[in-house]
Design a protein around this ligand. Structure first.
Ligand code: NAD
Length: 454
């Protein structure tokens, strides 16, 4: 098994070394095949995600394939421009030279995906890897096993088999892969495993992109439109049962609005998922029993304000809101990654900012307010991968925005041209002519007073 994986990696590298991926036409052809794969195998993708996460076909289209198709089309349309030499400003010494940045492929990229959006988080980096002219080993998460199997079976029917092989397997297989040499590793998953990936990468001095998680706070200003804020928060939190890296993890608000927030979220849950989310097709399931138990245990010691129902046999946890949560509670000690929404009361924006800054830098800071000044203050006084005001999740859809974390929530970024740049080497090029040697005399010794006074 180890030997097979080594052979797959060697074959991908060898294939890259033939120079096959250099022509842009080749890359566009592969990207079009990837697009065709998504169109033709839409049903297989939806079936796999349904089995993995209980998600509806519509949900898969919205949160997995639509964004992927957008990213592929963007890359096809803009590849010529992205891959072209980028002239830069010159200085006096190089005024008559050609000075530019030439993006070039890095070589062989390892993409390690997570299970929560098994297609999007695994194939979106691939779009950039292909566009930038790399070979890529694709390692989907073993936790979303149906999606991993479908990817392994179906993707090679569309993409170059040597350059873009899918390798399946769990922790041991991934660790085995990580021993080999890559030119970049693109990892999506938990911060704990991110550390292991980075450690393994350091042996070969391989650069890494780490798309990690964390606890994204959500501050609600008491003067904002709480009804609208809660609609957007309920959507952002409970979609995919809270198993979204950029889901608001917890709410910060003043005590005076806590009960209104709970009441508004109650109405939204009913509207979005009916009185019985368990049998409603747009509300999914927790990925497996291990995560089910982990999430249920996080509720210990907290007061349930809404929901709280569960069914272990189906990995079902009702959309749940916890109130009067303290910073020492179990639910505040790790990323929830499930449908629990704790509310922590603070005295106002000052304390909210302090609360955020006392913790690891999150993937997103959410703030809901009518006041632009307050929003700008939160931007200026906190740090996170992204900041989103008055909505949830939608920054993910803007390809022009670099998507990624900072500090504990990750390093590097992707989406659109950012993926292309992340998986390219931006090579500095300077072309001088062997003429006009006279102008260089000043830099050659001897540095006489006459030369220096010029
Ligand atoms: P996971 O368990 O599927 O692990 C992710 C990948 O790491 C898998 O491919 C798995 O095979 C591999 N892996 C697991 N343990 C390993 C080990 N010990 N050594 C080597 N490889 C190993 O997924 P997860 O970590 O449970 O994913 C959830 C986390 O991912 C959350 O923290 C979430 O916030 C984060 N996430 C981040 C993003 C993002 O874009 N920033 C997107 C999705 C998920």
């Amino acid at each position: 098994c180890v030997k097979v994986k080594q052979l797959i990696v060697q074959r991908a590298r060898k294939s890259f070394q033939t120079g096959k991926t250099k022509p842009l036409e080749f890359r566009v052809h592969q990207l079009k095949n990837l697009l065709r794969f998504i169109t033709e195998k839409r049903r297989n993708i939806a079936d796999a995600v349904k089995k993995d996460l209980g998600k509806s076909e519509h949900g898969t289209e919205l949160f997995e394939t639509l964004g992927l198709e957008g990213e592929i089309n963007l890359a096809i349309e803009n590849l010529m421009e992205w891959a072209a030499p980028r002239p830069v400003e010159k200085n006096l010494l190089t005024i008559s030279d050609e000075v530019y940045i030439q993006p070039e492929p890095l070589g062989l990229v390892l993409i390690i995906g997570a299970w929560n959006y098994p297609w999007a988080v695994t194939l979106q980096p691939l779009v950039g890897a292909i566009a930038a002219g790399n070979a890529a080993i694709i390692k989907p998460s073993e936790v979303s096993s149906y999606s991993a199997k479908a990817m392994e079976e179906l993707l090679p029917l569309y993409l170059d088999k040597d350059l873009y092989p899918v390798v399946t397997g769990g922790v041991l297989e991934t660790q085995e892969l990580l021993k080999q040499k890559f030119d970049h590793i693109f990892y999506t998953g938990s911060s704990a495993v991110g550390r292991l990936v980075m450690e393994a990468a350091s042996h070969h001095l391989t650069p890494v992109t780490l798309e990690l998680g964390g606890k994204s706070p959500c501050y609600i200003d008491k003067n904002c439109d709480i009804t609208v804020a809660c609609r957007r928060i309920t959507w952002g939190k409970f979609v995919n049962c809270g198993q979204t890296c950029i889901a608001p993890d917890y709410i910060l608000c003043e005590p005076s609005i806590q009960s209104t927030v709970v009441e508004e979220i109650r109405k939204c849950i009913k509207e979005f998922y009916t009185d019985n989310p368990k049998s409603f097709e747009d509300y999914g399931r927790i990925i497996n029993q291990r995560h089910f138990k982990r999430i249920m245990a996080l509720m210990d010691g907290s007061t349930v304000a809404l929901g709280g129902d569960s069914d272990e046999s189906q990995c079902y946890i009702e959309p749940t809101v916890l109130k009067d949560v303290t910073s020492e509670s179990k639910v505040m000690r790790e990323e929830i990654f499930g449908p629990l929404l704790p509310i922590i009361t603070v005295s106002g924006v000052d304390e909210a900012i302090q609360f955020i800054n006392e913790r690891e830098k999150p993937l997103v800071v959410y703030v809901f307010s009518h006041e632009k000044k307050l929003i700008k203050r939160v931007i200026a006084e906190t740090s996170s991968g992204a900041l989103l005001a008055n909505d949830c999740l939608v920054h993910f859809t803007v390809s022009a925005l670099p998507f990624g974390g900072v500090g504990n929530s990750g390093m590097g970024c992707y989406h659109g041209r950012h993926t292309f740049d992340q998986l390219s080497h931006l090579r500095s090029c300077l072309i001088k002519q062997l003429k006009m040697e006279g102008v260089n005399s000043m830099r050659y010794p001897p540095h006489t007073a006459k030369k220096m006074s010029w």
